[in-house]
Design a protein around this ligand. Structure first.
Ligand code: AMP
Length: 569
């Protein structure tokens, strides 16, 4: 992470261990510190360390950061701090613009959690939700509005969202908003805000168009972007690096399954917060592992006890936060697991440098939520190392792996050749049964004694979305439509009765779908625009929702027929 155009921030890099910076070092109010402590956050992420002090000072900021870096708290905490310092009125003091309804809800929940002790009133507004409910809340008075640009503009037009009291405007995931065709809406909204407002722009990528917005609307901004990994010397060549893309709800089941397949001698599992450490450790214990939790909320004595159990082999898994794991040196580690994507490439490099030492092979496993896929790419780019995305093992994979372990254990026993006590059992049984049957029964018992495959639900296999640069929607309108073909796996094609002659562009559809449903732009597949109609691929599981939502709304100001496409055309 590098920051330019500003004074250095006090304290330093958690990776190298110099003077760790705490949230209170950053100048945050006590109410915010209490909220963060309650959430189990132990220390600011690099982007928070860099962004919070200048934002508290009132500077504008242009930040390059993907989901997973902690960027939401980086802009939300200073914004909440300002709101309290200023006069709270009925009109919102902060407006956060986000590309999708899903993000509007997530960000507003996060702002609400951080601002709980301050009694902050936060309202998400997005398409697809009854406008009446939003009107009521706006009328009662809110401090922070988190909105998708289309719906925000609606309210501004109706006079129900007043921007004259705004002190801060945040553009979150700005590149995604531009991809969805919200550029004009954003310009119009910014024009309607007070000139002396503070403006914050976060974007995962920094194409020229983002620079354009920054030049027009940000005043002498502090710039923050991902720099080089400084700890690259810690990277061991023997580390096998893999990642699994899984929805949040399936993470613990996935972790259990991966550990079952990998059967590590000793593993260190990293989590972001104290609560997660406790929850993951207890789930793993429930699955038969001997897992120990280690976090900053524990006393030195408790920590020493945990480390003792790990060294003596009474525990085989350690679940820890970065803070708690700092300075730990565990010789026998074979696996490092990132239960969550680390908040910066440096931190990734530092974590995985703990395995593969002294010529031993090590494995680094990262669980990635679909939205965090971009962060994985950033880590790959900065570390110049490939992280292979693998399929989550299925229960069938698990069974065959368990059988493989049983086979290996039997082979080992054969080589040991220490059977005297058992010979009589086999001899009496072979009087009555075939030797093959006796062997099969013995294998079955040995296998069952080694544990049963837990009856988890099937975990969905997610293929990460291709990068923005290679995606269909952007610019797809200039290509002639491909001949009809079947939709991709898990996807369904929808027919929309408006096409090129109605001026439809791919971003119009992406914007309409992402604005009105829980899908984000990345969930939408190929878009084929013909003269009079458009075919758009959406996940099968969301197809009905999309059809209903698009029928209820307009595309480019017009109603259009929307239905499932006939695949046999
Ligand atoms: P974001 O990049 O803003 O989407 O944040 C990613 C995740 O990190 C969210 O689940 C946050 O709750 C969590 N998070 C943000 N900051 C911290 C922190 N300082 N310590 C632990 N977790 C954090």
């Amino acid at each position: 992470m590098t920051r330019t155009n500003n004074e250095p921030v006090p304290g330093n890099d958690p990776v190298t261990g110099d003077d760790p910076v705490t949230f209170s070092d950053l100048g945050l109010r006590p109410e915010l510190l209490t909220a963060l402590g309650g959430l189990g956050y132990e220390e600011p992420t690099p982007i928070q360390r860099e962004a919070i002090p200048p934002l508290i000072e009132g500077r504008d900021l242009l930040g390059q950061a993907a989901t997973g870096t902690g960027k939401t708290a980086a802009f939300a905490l200073p914004l909440l701090q300002h709101l309290v310092a200023g006069n709270r009125s009925k009109q919102p003091g902060a407006l956060v613009l986000v590309p999708t309804r899903e993000l509007a809800i997530q960000v507003s929940e996060a702002v609400h959690r951080y601002g709980r002790e301050l009694g902050a009133r936060v309202l998400p507004i997005y398409g697809g939700q009854p406008i009446g409910r939003q009107l009521g809340a706006l009328d009662r008075g809110v401090d922070v509005v988190v909105a998708t640009p289309g719906r925000a503009l609606d309210h501004i037009g109706r006079g129900t969202l007043r921007l004259d009291g705004l002190k801060v405007v945040v553009l979150d995931e700005a590149d995604e908003m531009l991809d969805m065709g919200f550029a004009e809406d954003i310009e119009a909204i910014l024009q309607a805000t007070p000139a002396e407002r503070q403006t914050v722009l976060f974007s995962a990528t920094m194409p020229a168009r983002i620079d354009g917005i920054a030049r027009r609307h940000l005043r002498n901004p502090v710039r923050i972007h991902m720099g080089r990994a400084r700890a690259d010397s810690g990277q061991a060549p023997l580390v096998r690096q893999i990642a699994y893309v899984v929805p949040r709800a399936f993470k613990t089941a996935t972790l259990g399954r991966i550990l079952d397949v990998e059967s590590p001698t000793a593993a260190l599992v990293f989590c972001r917060t104290r609560d997660e450490v406790d929850q993951v450790a207890s789930t793993l214990n429930g699955r038969g592992y001997r897992a120990e939790a280690l976090h900053g909320g524990m006393t030195q004595e408790q920590r020493d006890r945990v480390m003792g159990r790990l060294r003596s082999g009474t525990a085989d898994l350690l679940v820890a936060t970065d803070v708690a794991a700092r300075g730990l040196d565990i010789d026998q580690l074979t696996h490092v697991v990132n239960y969550e994507v680390p908040s910066a490439p440096d931190s990734y490099v530092h974590r995985i440098g703990r395995v593969g030492r002294a010529g031993r092979e090590g494995v680094a496993i990262t669980l990635v939520e679909p939205r965090e896929h971009r962060m994985l790419k950033t880590i790959e780019r900065v570390t110049k190392q490939r992280i292979v995305v693998e399929k989550v093992p299925t229960t069938a994979d698990l069974r065959s792996r368990r059988l493989e372990l049983t086979r290996a254990a039997l082979e080992e026993a054969i080589l040991e050749d220490d059977f005297e006590n058992f010979r009589v059992v086999v001899e009496t049984l072979t009087d009555k049964y075939d030797v093959m049957e006796v062997a099969l029964a013995a294998v079955k018992l040995a296998h069952e004694a080694s544990g049963v495959v837990p009856n988890d639900d099937e975990i969905p296999q997610i293929t990460p979305a291709p990068d923005r640069e290679s995606r269909g929607p952007k610019g797809a309108g200039s290509r002639p439509p491909r001949p009809p073909r079947s939709a991709g796996a898990g996807m369904t094609r929808l027919f929309v009765g408006a096409g090129r002659s109605a001026g439809i562009r791919p971003q119009d559809l992406v914007g309409a779908i992402a604005g009105e449903t829980r899908l984000s732009g990345r969930d939408i597949g190929a878009i084929e625009i013909a003269d009079r109609f458009t075919l758009v691929e959406v996940p099968e599981s969301a197809a009905d929702e999309v059809v209903t939502a698009l029928r209820a709304s307009t595309i480019k100001g017009k109603k259009a027929t929307v239905r499932r496409a006939h695949e046999d055309r």
